[in-house]
Design a protein around this ligand. Structure first.
Ligand SMILES: [Zn+2]
Length: 158
């Protein structure tokens, strides 16, 4: 019997190639599986959609969430053709799948020009030393909304 992990990873890799060939974006693909069924898929679509966040994992998470009608990917396995970048890693933690399988490493991605190492390095820097400056303004006014949220009776936490 075929190893299901290899089967799903091959689907993710096939998506990475077809997305690249169709010039949707870079060579990245992702499949999301629940109970032996593919519930979401995506390839990098940054160029096709002019969306810098349309990485394969994000596209697949959006597809699976829509198909499952749920903003949590409980019990799902993700198969991504490359180790996720920091943005996708964050998206994965918000979506909370059960497991992630990856093929290429971030070093493999860096070797072909997709270097996200600098983002990992930015995370460790004080905000004032980051390449994109961050400045805090108007906290008091914004925090008023947080206080209103905290008082809501039936709120959905995620
Ligand atoms: Zn990413």
């Amino acid at each position: 019997m075929e190893d299901p992990h290899k089967k799903y990873m091959k689907m993710a890799i096939d998506l990475s190639r077809s997305g690249m060939m169709q010039e949707r974006g870079g060579p990245f693909g992702c499949i999301i599986v629940k109970n032996g069924k593919v519930v979401g898929k995506g390839s990098n679509s940054v160029m096709e959609t002019n969306d810098p966040t349309a990485h394969a994992e994000v596209v697949a998470i959006r597809d699976a969430s829509k198909n499952l009608d749920n903003f949590q990917l409980e019990g799902c396995d993700m198969y991504t053709s490359c180790e996720p970048c920091p943005m996708c890693l964050g998206a994965i933690y918000w979506a909370r799948p059960a497991r992630v399988f990856y093929a290429n490493t971030k070093q493999d991605a860096a070797a072909i020009g997709f270097d996200d190492q600098f983002i990992y390095e930015e995370l460790d820097l004080p905000m004032k030393d980051r390449k994109i400056p961050f400045s805090q303004i108007d906290q008091e006014e914004a925090n008023q909304v947080f206080k209103e949220w905290a008082k809501l009776d039936n709120k959905t936490l995620y």
